[in-house]
Design a protein around this ligand. Structure first.
Ligand code: ZN
Length: 412
């Protein structure tokens, strides 16, 4: 380990010892993702592990509570469930925002790790029991029936879950958005305040570990059936909304929709299929919670009150855009799981639906949230979304309806 500060603002002349061939069919041909911070010569990617948590790691090293050269001991950390490999892993354009081999590094790259390369998992898979009051209520209402295997009488649900850190293959991301890789690299460099000079100095490094949140997957039923053509799949893709998901805030339908999605997933697992909830860390349409709360104030203080006709405009005034979630990358996780068809899709979002079908994933049945589960204050959101083209089984609101103030005032 060197005590010199290694600047990354100038190109290195030496090539990484382990090149990455993104989309190669086997792990050995693809090569490991190496983001070593102690041996710059090993590095074959831009950025660092653990997303935004890298900053806490920096603090821990600076504060003297973490050894700079610490490497994880991966004993007994192997996936609790098998996933893949699937044919989709061998297509450089199908998966561009995660490492399909990310959960398997301690086995598929065991020889390289033994040889001294600092190779770390970007995906971890474990098992858990979950319980939500909505599921207990669904049992009491007779919508769900405990089976003692997937769902227990007290509302406990047996699940497997996976945590995934983002790994971006920059040429593939650029192609997905139909932009030049150089434009993408420059924008990433500038919009992170020049945090990663290699984005512009190292065009030979094609893989970037971005400092953003990843996703969590919750599986219901027999995960090993995924990727088999006759397996039925139910799914909810949910973008994080801490206020509603965790604290039960009633201005949106997020938690009710999440609970409904889990119900749909449990039903599918009980029928022999697999249920899947994809939980993306994209708070406030990926605008962040500060922007989101500013928008809430603007909606509730505007002349005429909180109403659907100005729902998207109020967001755009503050953020400059309506939405930055970019569902274009969302289908990657389905390719990773080998899923080509989703039989029950618990979502009303036309953007998510369009992104899936653009990636060749078939959606058989779209399941809207039952109207009885929509909180009164969330009527503004749901009316605005339905008027904007979201899928629903109910009649879209007309202009008079959209002009009605339905949300609470700020002081109510
Ligand atoms: Zn929400």
């Amino acid at each position: 380990m060197s005590d010199h500060i290694v600047l990354t603002s100038h190109a290195r002349r030496d090539k990484p010892a382990e090149p990455i061939h993104w989309g190669a069919p086997t792990a050995a041909e693809r090569g490991p993702v190496i983001a070593s911070l102690t041996d710059p010569a090993q590095r074959n990617v831009i950025g660092t592990h653990a997303g935004a948590y890298a900053i806490y790691r920096a603090l821990a090293v600076a504060a003297g509570s973490l050894q700079r050269a610490h490497r994880p001991d991966l004993t007994d950390t192997a996936p609790a469930e098998p996933i893949g490999p699937h044919a989709q892993w061998g297509d450089p354009d199908k998966i561009v925002s995660l490492d399909p081999w990310g959960h398997l590094v301690s086995t598929v790259f065991a020889d390289r790790i033994a040889a001294g390369f600092d190779i770390r998992p970007t995906i971890a898979i474990t098992r858990a029991h979950i319980n939500m009051p909505e599921l207990v209520a669904a049992i009491a209402a007779g919508r769900l029936a405990p089976d003692g295997d997937i769902l227990y009488p007290n509302g406990d649900v047996r699940v497997s879950k996976a945590a995934i850190d983002p790994v971006w293959y920059l040429p593939g991301i650029a192609r997905r958005f139909n932009i030049k890789e150089s434009i993408l690299r420059r924008s990433l460099f500038e919009q992170t305040g020049g945090m990663f000079p290699e984005l512009v100095t190292r065009p030979d490094l094609k893989v970037f570990l971005p400092p953003i949140g990843g996703m969590t997957l919750y599986f219901f039923g027999d995960i090993s059936k995924l990727g088999q053509p006759d397996t039925k799949v139910a799914c909810r893709v949910h973008d994080e909304c801490n206020g509603s998901d965790v604290f039960g805030s009633d201005i949106c339908t997020c938690r009710p929709y999440l609970a409904h999605g889990i119900e749909v997933c449990i039903e599918m697992a009980q029928q022999g299929g697999v249920g899947l909830v994809v939980y993306n860390r994209k708070e406030g349409r990926a605008l962040g919670e500060v922007t989101k709360f500013l928008v809430y104030n603007a909606r509730k203080r505007q002349v005429g009150g909180d109403r659907a006709e100005t729902y998207f405009a109020r967001t755009e005034c503050v953020a400059g855009v309506q939405d930055m979630r970019f569902q274009e990358l969302m289908p990657d996780v389905f390719h990773w799981l080998g899923i080509r068809k989703i039989h029950r899709w618990a979502s009303m979002s036309n953007m998510k639906h369009g992104a899936l079908t653009a990636q060749g994933i078939e959606v058989v049945e779209q399941v809207p949230i039952p109207e009885a589960l929509i909180p009164a204050d969330a009527r503004v959101e749901i009316d605005a979304k339905v008027a904007a083209g979201y899928f629903t089984s109910y009649t879209p609101p007309d202009a008079n309806e959209l002009a009605l103030a339905k949300g609470r005032g700020l002081n109510e």
